[in-house]
Design a protein around this ligand. Structure first.
Ligand code: SAH
Ligand code: SF4
Ligand code: F3S
Length: 478
């Protein structure tokens, strides 16, 4: 391996087709010679949120266009890519561990190109550390350079030097990138990228750049294409979908975009995430309530139930405003399913603050919660704040929160025993005759039925409830 180099910027690339297709063709030619087996094999592993998954699907689209097939283990791969997440320390540690484990594989197969991309690579101190720790990594690029991936990969395949693209703060939206979706029932549709909110604990605005929306027409045609090719559960993605459209020439509200997609015929559910409570409007909730296809589900992260902590987090809403939206949603949308994210142990949080979080959870009765212990992120304001509570104490609070939520979720599930729920059948659980499904509110259902039903909507009579799942039987449609 040669010396660590800064790959130069290869010009401004607004149009993927013109600038990158020739590199895809070149990679195809190279891989016909370099491949270890009958076809070039890629192993692409994505960590983190759905935004990263959607990026991974674009990277796979480019690789597929260059003739690659995919395996879910790295052993036979000619190309290995880790698409990383920086949101918490734990996510980063897993990447360090998994890249470290590739050392022997690279020794056995020196021709395998190992690459790192994603949010961790947008943090200079992390990307540098990975470079030092893993000399067998041949290509490094961040979230802003996905549209340049073929060119970067071509460079890495044709030079003895390692390619490391950094300081790329391109904040444009690049369209026309090939796409290979992971599933054929559920699909992700990014509507915007980046975040302008700078919650004080969060690294995302630093690694994803400023908010930018995709053109409405492009989103609409992608949605139509997904519906016509049989996707049954489509999730619109953005860090704060409520800001959608603000920076477009013809500005359009998120609620209007949702309503337009909802007007398309077909049997499908439409979801979105994430909606920031500070600009979640009654208009949005009315749109859900009056829609045909939008799931009766609102993922609305509250993070903390204490006004003092919400202020320190820079969230721009208080407990009362949050509860107002929740209560409006409950009044307008029958059986609305509410889910949320919550952080325990933010710097300076006291047990009294934490009790406010518990009381909010009890008041709202969420279907499910994504629960996190605060993780300091270098470069964020919260990482500089005094954090006197020991982690053993935070873990105790965390446990307490999980217990409270488990009781609420299991109570909610029990109330549904005896009801008939419309579900989307997603897969079979092994070869057991039990099908994995979900309700419109995103509750997991295990239902006895035929595997032929996978990918269809069915009615399930709920006979039993676990802590957070329902069990039952598929019943004949009326
Ligand atoms: N844009 C979304 C969330 C993106 S990150 C929103 O605003 O709701 C997903 C979740 O990770 C956040 O909602 C938060 O609960 C959690 N999170 C983000 N940074 C964190 C940190 N430093 N420590 C612990 N949890 C964090
Ligand atoms: Fe992070 Fe806040 Fe942006 Fe969500 S809204 S991505 S929590 S900064
Ligand atoms: Fe992680 Fe980046 Fe998403 S930090 S949570 S993968 S935006």
């Amino acid at each position: 391996m040669g010396q660590f180099v800064l790959a130069e910027q290869f010009g401004t690339l607004f149009d993927f087709k013109e600038s990158q297709e020739e590199y895809i063709n070149l990679i195809y030619e190279i891989m016909q010679i370099r491949k270890r087996g009958d076809v070039p094999i890629a192993y692409v592993h994505t960590y983190g949120c759905q935004q990263n998954v959607a990026d991974g699907e674009r990277i796979k689209g480019m690789l597929a266009a260059a003739g690659f097939e995919f395996e879910d283990k790295p052993d036979n791969a000619d190309f290995i890519l880790f698409n990383t997440c920086a949101v918490r320390e734990h996510a980063e540690d897993r990447v360090f561990g998994n890249v470290g484990a590739l050392k022997n594989l690279k020794r056995k197969h020196p021709g395998t190109l190992i690459a790192l991309c994603g949010c961790m690579m947008e943090q200079k101190h992390i990307a540098d550390r990975m470079y030092r720790s893993f000399p067998y990594v041949g290509l490094v690029f961040g979230t802003h350079a996905i549209h340049q991936f073929p060119e970067l990969m071509y460079r890495a395949l044709t030079t003895e030097k390692r390619v490391y693209l950094r300081d790329n703060d391109d904040n444009l939206v690049h369209e026309g990138i090939p796409l290979r979706r992971d599933g054929n029932i559920k699909g992700w549709l990014p509507i915007m990228y980046g975040c302008n909110n700078f919650c004080t604990y969060c690294i995302v605005p630093y690694v994803r750049g400023r908010e930018r929306s995709r053109e409405k027409d492009i989103i609409i045609s992608e949605a139509k294409e997904m519906i016509s090719s049989g996707y049954k559960d489509i999730t619109l993605l953005g860090q704060n979908v409520n800001s959608y459209g603000k920076n477009l020439k013809n500005s359009v509200s998120f609620a209007k975009l949702l309503a337009e997609i909802d007007s398309f015929d077909g049997d499908y559910w439409l979801r979105f995430m994430t909606s920031h409570p500070k600009d979640c409007t009654h208009e949005l909730i009315d749109t859900i309530a009056d829609s045909k296809h939008i799931s009766k589900h609102l993922h609305l992260p509250f993070q903390s139930g204490s006004d003092r902590i919400l202020k320190l987090m820079n969230r721009h809403y208080d407990r009362a405003k949050y509860l107002d939206i929740v209560n409006y949603a409950k009044s307008r949308i029958e059986d609305v399913s509410l889910t949320s994210d919550v952080i325990v142990g933010f710097p300076g949080e006291t047990y009294d603050d934490f009790k406010e979080t518990l009381s909010l959870i009890k008041e709202v009765k969420f279907t499910s919660l994504f629960t996190f212990i605060y993780s300091p992120r270098v470069g964020t304001p919260a990482a500089e704040m005094d954090d006197p509570i020991p982690s053993s104490e935070k873990s105790k609070w965390f446990r307490e929160l999980l217990d409270v939520q488990e009781e609420i979720a299991s109570e909610r599930c029990k109330e549904m025993v005896g009801t008939v729920q419309r579900v989307l059948i997603e897969s079979e659980k092994g070869k057991t005759g039990v099908l994995n499904a979900r309700t419109s509110g995103n509750i997991i259902v295990e239902a006895k039925g035929s595997p032929e039903l996978i990918g269809t909507f069915q009615n399930v009579k709920v006979t039993e409830a676990g802590n957070w799942i329902l069990r039952g039987n598929v019943i004949e449609k009326e």
